[in-house]
Ligand binder design. Structure first.
Ligand code: FES
Length: 156
């Protein structure tokens, strides 16, 4: 009887230990998966190409994502005049700063001041399925338009 009563708590402890190990395994897997996504360089799917009309800008995930005939670009949302957050006009898709009135074209060049410097560009890419991926942890050279998939390129 004593042996059984001692065995029962040990068996419970073992089960608890196994349950704990199982939970720890799930947690470790979640951590690993989280790191794997983070190690993608912060690359994040922000939508599909059809959600980005040609010739317009859209405020997405802290960047201004634009699509033109040249491809896609992701611009910093920070005004180059005094670092006010830029806005996108929902009707026209134009980029402007409400603080002092600067405007920017779809390549991030100022169209009217007081801002005189162009916006920083972030990494954006479009995969063959049309999924659009943004990585604001990486900047790219101004003018490095992300190519559109062949099926989405404008017809000549
Ligand atoms: S902060 Fe944008 S125009 Fe001055």
């Amino acid at each position: 009887m004593d042996g059984d009563s001692k065995a029962a708590p040990r068996e419970m402890t073992r089960r608890e230990a196994l349950a704990w190990l199982a939970q720890a395994g799930v947690a470790a897997c979640a951590l690993t998966c989280g790191r794997a996504h983070a190690e993608d360089g912060g690359r994040k799917k922000i939508g599909n190409l059809f959600e980005f009309p040609n010739g317009c800008a859209k405020d997405v995930e802290g960047a201004i994502v634009v699509r033109t005939d040249e491809g896609m670009a992701a611009l910093a949302r920070i005004c180059t005049h005094k670092r006010h957050t830029l806005e996108v006009d929902d009707n026209t898709g134009s980029i402007f700063c409400s603080m002092h009135g600067s405007g920017f074209d779809l390549s991030g060049k100022p169209t009217n001041g007081p801002a005189t410097r162009a916006l920083k560009w972030y990494h954006v890419e479009v995969d063959e399925s049309g999924a659009v991926w943004l990585d604001t942890s990486k900047s790219v050279a101004r003018g490095a338009w992300a190519p559109l998939p062949k099926w989405a390129k404008p017809k000549e």
